[in-house]
Structures are given as C-alpha cells and as structure tokens.
Design a protein around this ligand. Structure first.
Ligand code: MG
Ligand code: MG
Length: 256
C-alpha cells in the first residue's frame, strides 16, 4: 500500500485548502433554513471556494457514480447517507437534518470536511444521532496519534456509536488525502482485523463517520450517486481532515 506522508510545508498548504472548506461549510450551514434549496447551498459554497482562489473538488469527480458528480457539495437529507446531489427541487423543510460535505483544491492539494445541520426544530432522535456522530468523530481524532494503529480510530467510533444504540456504515470509509482527494490508506469507521498500519507523522487522513439510526446497510438511489439507509431511517455524517504530528492530531479543517 503506497501511503504518501506529507512534509510540514505540504501540510500548511492543505491547512489553507481545509480552511477554505471550513468557511464554505460555515456559509452553507448558516443558509440551511426551511424553504432553501440544496442547490442554493451549493452555489453559496462554490462562491466561497472560488473567491478564495480554490476550486471545488467534487464537481466533475468520477467516483463510484455513473457520471461525474455535478455539485460543489454533497447534500444528503434525512435517510440519505452521503453523495446526495444538490438540486433546486430539493427544498429543506423544518425538522430535516442535512449532511453537507465539501471539498476544495488549492495549489494542488485537497481539503475535505463535512457536517450535519438541523433545519429548524428537529426530533429528539435526530438531535441525539447528530450529537453522537460528532462525538464519535472527536473521539476518533483523539486517537489519531503516533503509536496508535488505524483500527484504533475506527474502534473509537464504533464503540461510541454502537454503545448509544446506533450503527456504523461499512460501505463507505474515510481516506488518506493530499494531492488526490482519495488516497491510501482507507480509514474504516469500525474495528478491523488484518492489515492495520501504525499512524505515522505526516499521514493526513479524512475521518468521516456515517452513523445510522437503524441498520448500517445502505442502498443506491436511482440517480446512481445518492446513498440511502436500507430501512430509510436517519443518517448523520461529520468529517474532518486530520494531520498526524509529533504534537498530536492537527485538525486542518477545524474553523480557526
Ligand atoms: Mg467529504
Ligand atoms: Mg472524504
């Protein structure tokens, strides 16, 4: 497995890319109100990214979908897990939760981060699912230290999410990030057996737990991109890009 460790100078460029992503996400979060379309959120985020001299990373991305991804954001509402396509027909309504995932490319390096937003007043279950997902990401980040292994990251997420009665999505995992949006290693959000490498200084990974209210299983929607929970219960998603350093985890996409 080819894992590309970044220099301090490269990590500083990535920090700029991630700070642009953080600003785009903050603007989209602010705009996520009842009556607003997911395409409006997409335009707001794209403006922030281009104004900062960066490019949207997802637009035109040829990943798991049947055609290039058309948006700057992935916007995934309620039972949608990830990879929802922004649309003027998808209008946010009171009580929705929407996962907003954003990537940007700056001077050859990628930033990637995501959060889930409550639209107006949401159910107690939705609030708890969002809180537990964000907490599981923070616990994972605490484990992103030299000497630990990749599986300690997934284990921290799995223990917390399952301990709260929720389930961890298996079909999509976190990833190394750098000159490519998705690099080695894969970062599962659950404990793995088998190959399990040590975390080293200069490794930069995007940790992005997708936590479901019910079953962990997912289905593809007819659009070929959007992923849905199989039982159509809620899903939440939070993501940060994290550099492993001598001084502990550096969360490049944390707003500063
Ligand atoms: Mg992302
Ligand atoms: Mg990612």
């Amino acid at each position: 497995m080819a894992v590309y460790l970044k220099s301090k100078a490269e990590i500083e460029i990535m920090r700029v890319a991630d700070q642009i992503v953080a600003k785009a996400l903050a603007a989209a979060r602010q705009a996520a109100k009842p009556g607003v379309s997911t395409l409006e959120l997409d335009r707001i985020a794209e403006d922030v990214i281009r104004s900062a001299g960066a490019e949207p990373a997802f637009k035109g991305y040829q990943g798991s979908g049947p055609y290039p991804f058309p948006g700057t954001l992935c916007t995934s509402i309620n039972e949608e897990v990830v990879h929802g396509i922004p649309s003027e027909e998808r209008i946010l309504k009171e009580g929705d939760i929407v996962s907003i995932d954003c990537g940007a490319k700056y001077h050859g390096f990628y930033g990637d981060s995501a959060l889930t937003v409550a639209v107006g007043k949401v159910s107690e279950t939705a609030r708890r699912l969002m809180r537990v997902t964000e907490e599981s990401l923070e616990l994972a980040i605490k484990n992103a230290v030299v000497g630990n292994r990749l599986s300690d990251i997934g284990g921290a997420i799995q223990d917390h999410a399952e301990g709260e009665g929720f389930a961890v999505v298996r079909d999509f995992v976190g990833h190394g990030i750098g000159r490519s949006l998705h690099e080695e290693p894969q970062v599962p959000h659950y404990r793995t057996h088998g190959h399990n490498e040590r975390l080293r200084v200069g490794l930069v990974i995007a940790i992005e737990p997708m936590i479901n209210e019910g079953t962990w299983q997912v289905d593809s929607a007819p659009d070929g991109w959007t992923q849905l929970t199989r039982d159509r219960k809620l899903s939440a998603h939070f993501e940060h890009s994290v550099a492993i350093s001598e001084d502990g985890p550096q969360v490049l996409s944390r707003i500063s």
